[in-house]
Design a protein around this ligand. Sequence first.
Ligand SMILES: Nc1ncnc2c1ncn2[C@@H]1O[C@H](COP(=O)(O)OP(=O)(O)O)[C@@H](O)[C@H]1O
Ligand SMILES: CC(=O)OP(=O)(O)O
Ligand SMILES: [Mg+2]
Length: 400
Amino acid sequence: MTASRVLVLNSGSSSVKYQLLDMADGSRLATGLVERIGEETSRLKHTDLVSGATRERTAPIADHGAALKSVAEELALDGRGLDSPELAAIGHRVVHGGQTFTRPTVIDDAVLAEIERLVPLAPLHNPANLTGIRTAQALRPDLPQVAVFDTAFHTTMPESAARYAIDVATADEHSIRRYGFHGTSHAYVSRATAELLGRAPEEVNVIVLHLGNGASASAVRAGRCVDTSMGLTPLEGLVMGTRSGDLDPAVIFHLARVGGMSTDDVDTLLNKRSGLIGLCGDNDMREIRRRIDAGDGAAELAFEIYVHRLRKYVGAYYAVLGKVDAVAFTAGVGENAAEVRAAALAGLEGMGLAVDPALNAVRGDGARLISPAGSRVAVAVVPTDEELEIARQAYALVGN
Ligand SMILES: Nc1ncnc2c1ncn2[C@@H]1O[C@H](COP(=O)(O)OP(=O)(O)O)[C@@H](O)[C@H]1O
Ligand SMILES: CC(=O)OP(=O)(O)O
Ligand SMILES: [Mg+2]
């Protein structure tokens, strides 16, 4: 029997999303989510995609190691446990790969040590990734584990985009530069957009707008990233569900000196109590739209601030690229919130950008154009698939 299955683990700071895929035919066998890890009310939702059966359990899950053990139990209940000889690899999303990792990498002790060294640059994400990897290694020591880095796609950015304008020696001493994140998604979506246009990735320039709970924009020229909105950490750039995105760094000094806040207080404020939730108390775009429809002014202002920032990045990346073939919307908000897509590009006909209201209103699963026929720049909704991309990259590296 040839081993052709890949288990993909996408570990967030307090959650793990996972999928089991068979790369022989690209089919998905199982998918699931563990949420609220480290809390009393952790929840695991598992779906066997072959039988369609779904199971849920709510019980404390202490850390990402315990989470992976629970996932292994669920897979075993379907008869597809981690001991299966059909498993070829486990693919891990690793958020911060620094300047070291520019491509998917088979994990050994040296790779683990480097991911560990990068923890200060991603304190919420890399420790969770490490725990997931170590647990997976303990469960299947013989199996190749592959790390796929969020930062990898962005390592092609020129120094003019990657460097902050601060003292060079200080920046270099502390590895301070713009790394960018969601790279697996930006890579997948920019390629899928070229495919939708019937062109090769090398022939097109694309602005990708990844709008999930975390959100980032990227400028992709001929298949290579030339700028992206997240920086040293996933805090810079767009307005997000709970993160502020861009602000004057002096806000931080002011909160410390005048507001008496500690570094950790400010960190929590900007990462967890800002963005949409800080502006109006909700971070889910569905709820914000519902409140706007009910005449809620705070929700409307939050929406306007979110969209204003997005427009600024579209304009900036248009200028960075010079010639733009497509703007692609992706992730939870980008794929579902037609109002965000319409508002972000409204009034930009002079730049060749327009959204057709009828096409924009169509709900669908696949990649689709929403610009009027004959538009100079294509506007598209392109569903992202980080798990498939991670599985492909892992399998390409270790599959037979
Ligand atoms: N039908 C929808 N309409 C509008 N927004 C949606 C819809 N479904 C999901 N979203 C938005 O997508 C977000 C989640 O996006 P997702 O890409 O899954 O995020 P993450 O991977 O960061 O958890 C939700 O917080 C919500 O704001
Ligand atoms: C890096 C990052 O922001 O990831 P997420 O959107 O999953 O929080
Ligand atoms: Mg995401």
